[in-house]
Design a protein around this ligand. Structure first.
Ligand SMILES: [Zn+2]
Ligand SMILES: [Zn+2]
Length: 314
């Protein structure tokens, strides 16, 4: 584990993880949603407070009476695959929480990332909400996978960043923040972060969050940056909830242990489904808004949430 299979022609990686076939499915993500009506007893949520004995033992929690809890995935994709339960609340998620709770979630991400990077592994934190986004459990949670390295998009980014560094003696992402994207595709700029719509958005309203401080990974954020990160992450997700009525969505944190790389976060709302062009040709169809129009629309809601959050902390 994990067993990667690479397409001979395109290099596209697949993880073979048939051990996951038996996992519970509350969202229809695997195409065979377990129907509560068929069960004699109501479904028990493994992630709710009080049901800790139904999951593997915690590897991290913020307190004995936890607010955030991390444990190994019962159906792992890889040797190191963990679940980060966002809170004991079965319904509420990052856009609904107060700032303190979101900081606790960020600290859980940081703690587990640090645990694996000190073992020489690369780490990806990702979040799936809803069946269309790949979640099989309803209770809000994120996941952490650690591997010797991530083939696919992260590998391509690493290679491109190295070539860019060799040619221009600067960082691709630092330049993206300084460049024209800030004029046309900026959603929101805080003291430490720029939230942008990528020019080549795969689906409309995709966002990328780029920290202004150049670092390959997010492990060495200081307290001020951690707080800013929690605030802008909430605002980005809040904007999707308001605009698309709590859509299925993903976000992911791209980290690398070494230069030249610049950590960043991707956000995508499932306002479409993968079609034949996406799957057959690897060509995405962004047909809801231009990147600059999407940025303008998103910015209203991101600003509202970010500023309200800042006010409540003042
Ligand atoms: Zn629950
Ligand atoms: Zn940089």
């Amino acid at each position: 584990m994990p067993k990667f299979i690479f397409d001979e022609l395109t290099g596209t990686p697949t993880i073979l993880a048939t051990n996951r076939a038996k996992r519970a499915d509350q969202t229809g993500a695997t195409g065979k949603k377990s129907e509560a009506s068929k069960d004699a007893k109501p479904q028990v949520c493994f992630f709710c407070r009080g049901n800790e004995s139904l999951t593997p033992e915690a590897v991290y929690q913020d307190a004995d009476d936890w607010n955030v809890r991390v444990f190994p995935n019962k159906f792992p994709l890889a040797e190191s695959h963990e679940i980060v339960v966002h809170s004991p609340d079965h319904e509420k998620d990052i856009p609904d929480f107060d700032h303190e709770q979101n900081v606790k979630i960020v600290r859980a991400f940081l703690n587990r990332t640090n645990y694996y990077t000190t073992q020489g592994k690369e780490v990806m934190v990702f979040n799936n909400r809803g069946g269309k986004a790949g979640a099989s459990i309803l209770h809000p949670h994120s996941q952490i996978v650690a591997l010797p390295g991530f083939p696919g998009i992260i590998e391509m980014e690493k290679n491109k960043a190295l070539r860019y560094m060799n040619e221009k003696n600067s960082c691709y992402w630092c330049d993206a923040v300084k460049d024209g994207l800030m004029e046309t595709n900026l959603v929101y700029e805080s003291k430490h972060f720029a939230l942008l719509v990528p020019e080549a958005s795969r689906w409309s309203y995709e966002m990328i969050l780029i920290p202004k401080n150049h670092r390959p990974n997010f492990e060495y954020m200081d307290e001020v940056e951690i707080n800013d990160f929690a605030r802008i992450m909430k605002a980005a997700l809040y904007a999707y909830d308001v605009l698309f009525g709590r859509p299925d969505r993903n976000f992911w944190i791209h980290n690398q242990r070494y230069e030249p790389y610049h950590w960043h976060v991707g956000f995508i709302a499932h306002i479409k489904v993968m079609g034949g062009l996406e799957l057959g040709a690897g060509i995405w169809v962004s047909d809801k808004a231009t990147p600059s129009d999407a940025a303008k629309t998103l910015s209203v809601h991101v600003k509202e949430c970010y500023e309200k959050e800042t006010l409540s902390l003042a």
